[in-house]
Design a protein around this ligand. Structure first.
Ligand SMILES: [Zn+2]
Length: 115
């Protein structure tokens, strides 16, 4: 499962970050997850529990902030946030674009320590 390997990478990154910040315990992790990242949120949450087992992050919560898809339309020369990520088209002029500004990220951005 794709999400499981991502969860293991996240746990490793979080553990290293916690160490660098002298956190002995992590209560929660905040993650930005783009709707176009190819990751299923529920699957990642499930995988996270497996990946944290037996690590210093065991019992920590994964807080996922979903990032909508934001594109740039070269026709309108404007940025748009798409409500439906597929198909990737400008909601104004309907032209296709491959300029994705946001929505593909899988980004760990905060560790909340405790204990
Ligand atoms: Zn447009």
């Amino acid at each position: 499962m794709h999400e499981l390997s991502i969860a293991f990478s996240l746990v490793q990154l979080a553990a290293e970050t916690a160490e660098q910040n002298n956190l002995n315990k992590v209560d929660a992790l905040r993650l930005r997850l783009g709707v176009f990242s190819g990751v299923v949120k529920e699957a990642l949450e499930f995988s996270f529990d497996i990946a944290t087992e037996g690590t210093m992050l065991e019992g920590a919560r994964l807080i996922i902030e979903e990032i909508p898809l934001k594109i740039f339309c070269p026709q309108c020369e404007k940025e748009y946030v798409l409500q439906n990520p597929v198909p990737i088209k400008c909601p104004e002029c309907n032209s296709g674009t491959d300029q994705i500004l946001e929505g593909k990220e899988i980004e760990l951005y905060e560790l909340i320590g405790g204990g």
